[in-house]
Design a protein around this ligand. Structure first.
Ligand code: ADP
Ligand code: MG
Length: 681
């Protein structure tokens, strides 16, 4: 299919060997690449009001000549033509060099359109093109492409134009007719042409709209097809879980599950019973009770005689989780903690206990899955992390002959937009309700450093029996300077508060024993103020702490601030978060404002996404977020949602297989290596 489009670009008129090599550097290899190399912006000479023109930029204006043009000759054959244009209520001077002949064509009262460089200060334009009459049939909108030094814009425009002329007719429509009609989209050939050489802004907009939809639809189809293909069959890892034991356990919890928790739990249990491997994302705000739900599901699996695992991002968290789960479960199950710092004989001992199935739950960092661990009938895995549990880990499990149900928990609420892209291949459960009795954390923004007032406030809270965190930003866990900041702050606070109040210090450079010691004394209220870097960010649970002070809060993103704030407000006593920040830019100020105005994690994450853009959301690039060529998943969110729903219908109706109209779309999707690999598996 489309064989001519797969031809090398060297087939295109005007592309010789040298140019071919340069175009290859731009990632352009075949004719298809060339046709779909869309401009990143357009030069257009559209008429704008004078007030919107930029100094020294190219502009097009239209006005009426108030008098005859004046020509002055100078030097050898040089001339300058000057005319005055009435544009709205302004008089603009237009200067044209070496085109004295224009004087004959133009006279007072004429409407003239001129394009040139705008001088804001003199209200003057240096004209490069002029035209009698108004702008309607103006010079076309010109495409501007991303370039490398070796290829000029003019050359690229020329070869793309040549490719359009000879090969556009080979481009196949891939969307079914009724989709095109329903959304009033231009046809594919027509849209490609408009993307490169738009006849008007309106046609360009429709062309873009088409490709945004097409791009999102193809992406969503791939994700959802993957999800379907990944439904490896199992015997149902919790088919016959022991309802009596499960009920007994749920009733032993010191609280009643919220409605949202019950709903999420039943979705999870349903997945576990059915004969497909679960691949589910459990979302919920900090403190909404995800861990409790996950623990119940885990226990269901254990009652069927399966082994289970909980994987978390850091060793501190692994230790905390192991301890709190042990407390929750009592002697109902046997837990092993396996982290990098468990070594030697002890490690061998634990490994053999796992293998012999003397433990029911293994808690560890993500390395757990890669290591020499020999699970025994692994049925259920909980993954608690900020980025995803990828295809690779799944393959590792599969290679070990394991098909456990996987429940993925996020500590950060993920904006819906991102959830349906980054996690489009998963089922999603949302806990959108907080346990009752929680009081929203009151948040204040204080400019600058720790003031006496803030110190007095901490003092007062401690007097009434509460505890406080004081957080220092830390960009890299190993950054000596940041650790020094924490140490200095610790010294300062010790001087102020000791001996009556105990201050503790926590950072990534401490040994695990030291960290555990500090956390333990904080949890036991032997330490009342914990100075820490962001190692306490996720998961840490000390309900008696009611004050969270964050230094240099402008250095954190919203989601991270929200995570930190989530360390307080975990009991029934009113909690407070104090942001010490002196943000320079508007974005920083906006963040502080949003923090003081909402405690809803989902709303915050949407805002964060808007402020930071999708690339940054999960931090750096490790997230595997898709990059779209035309669409922008924040800006074009509605199209993304539409495409998602359409893809769901196509997949559930098996239309790719059944309906001839989807043939081209199907071929396109099957070219994806993940999918073709999967189908062959
Ligand atoms: P998450 O993992 O979503 O941050 P956790 O499961 O750790 O939340 O729960 C946070 C705190 O709330 C824990 O102390 C937990 O015991 C408690 N908790 C969980 N569910 C409920 C509930 N339904 N009612 C009251 N407290 C709850
Ligand atoms: Mg299942």
């Amino acid at each position: 299919m489309n064989s001519r489009l797969n031809l090398s670009i060297s087939e295109v008129k005007g592309i010789g060997e040298k140019l071919q090599a340069h175009l290859n550097e731009l990632g352009l290899f075949d004719i298809h690449d060339l046709l779909f190399y869309f401009p990143y912006r357009y030069d257009s000479y559209e008429i704008k009001p004078l007030t919107e023109l930029q100094h020294e930029e190219k502009a097009t204006i239209e006005g009426q000549l108030t008098s005859e043009p004046v020509v002055q000759f100078y030097g050898k054959k040089k001339s300058r033509l000057t005319m005055t244009l009435q544009v709205d209520q302004f008089a603009v001077k237009a200067v044209m060099f070496n085109r004295s002949f224009a004087k004959k064509q133009l006279s007072a009262g004429d409407t003239v359109t001129v394009t040139g460089k705008w001088d804001q200060h003199r209200m003057q334009i240096t004209v490069s093109q002029y035209k009698k009459g108004s702008a309607q049939s103006q010079e076309p909108i010109q495409p501007v492409y991303t370039l490398k030094e070796s290829v000029t814009l003019v050359t690229l425009r020329k070869v793309i134009k040549a490719a359009l002329e000879d090969y556009l007719e080979d481009v196949e429509e891939i969307l079914p007719e009724d989709t095109i009609i329903r959304y009033k989209l231009p046809k594919r050939q027509q849209a490609i042409e408009q993307m490169h050489y738009p006849q008007s802004r309106v046609l360009l907009k429709h062309a873009k709209r088409r490709f945004i939809y097409e791009e999102f639809l193809v992406f969503q189809l791939k994700m959802q097809l993957l999800r379907k293909l990944q439904r490896e069959s199992t015997t149902g890892n919790a088919q016959n879980y022991d309802n009596e034991r499960l009920t007994e356990f749920v009733q032993s919890l010191p609280f009643e599950l919220t409605g949202a928790q019950k709903r999420a739990l039943s979705e999870i249990l349903q997945d576990m019973k059915n004969p497909y491997r679960m691949n589910r994302l459990l979302q919920g705000d900090v403190g909404s009770g995800k861990t409790a739900v996950a623990a119940i599901a885990l226990y269901a699996s254990i009652t069927t005689g399966r082994q289970t695992a909980l994987m978390v991002p850091t060793e501190i968290l692994a230790e905390q989780h192991a301890a709190s789960l042990q407390e929750m479960f009592g002697d109902r199950l046997r837990i092993a903690l396996l982290t990098g710092s468990v070594k030697g004989k002890q490690r061998r001992q634990i490994l053999s206990e796992i293998k012999e199935h003397h433990v029911d739950l293994i808690v560890g960092t993500h390395a757990l899955i890669q290591e020499e661990v020999d699970f025994n009938r692994l049925g259920f895995v909980i993954v608690d992390e900020q980025h995803r549990f990828g295809v690779n880990q799944r393959r590792t499990l599969r290679d070990k002959g394991l098909h456990p149900d996987v429940l993925f928990m996020t500590a950060t609420p993920i904006p819906r937009t991102l959830a349906i892209t980054a996690f489009g291949d998963m089922d999603v459960s949302v806990i959108d309700e907080m346990p009752s009795g929680r009081k929203p954390v009151e948040t204040y923004w204080v400019k600058g450093q720790l003031t006496d007032k803030v110190l007095a406030f901490i003092q007062k809270q401690i007097k009434s029996g509460q505890q406080a965190y004081v957080i220092c930003p830390l960009i890299e866990e190993s950054d000596q300077l940041d650790i020094q900041n924490a140490i200095d702050l610790y010294d300062q606070l010790s001087n102020i508060f000791e001996p009556g109040v105990h201050v503790g210090l926590m950072h990534g450079r401490l040994s695990n024993d030291e960290k555990e010691g500090v956390m333990h004394s904080f949890a036991a209220n032997e330490v009342q103020i914990l100075v820490s870097t962001t190692v306490v960010e996720v998961g840490v649970n000390v309900p008696n702490a009611t004050v969270m002070v964050i230094h240099d809060a402008e250095r954190f993103g919203l989601s991270q601030l929200h995570q930190l704030r989530g360390r307080v407000g975990r009991g029934n006593v009113q909690s407070y978060c104090i942001l010490l920040a002196d943000p320079k830019g508007d974005v920083g100020k906006e963040r502080m404002r949003i923090m003081t105005e909402t405690t809803d994690g989902f709303e915050l994450s949407e805002q964060d996404l808007k402020l930071r853009g999708p690339g940054d959301f999960f931090g750096r690039k490790q997230s595997g977020m898709p990059e779209f060529k035309v669409g922008d998943m924040v800006h074009d969110y509605r199209a993304l949602e539409t495409a998602r729903q359409d893809a769901a219908q196509i997949i559930s109706g098996n239309l790719l297989e059944k309906n001839h109209e989807y043939r081209a779309l199907k071929q396109m999707i099957e070219k994806d290596p993940h999918i073709s690999g999967k189908v062959l598996d």
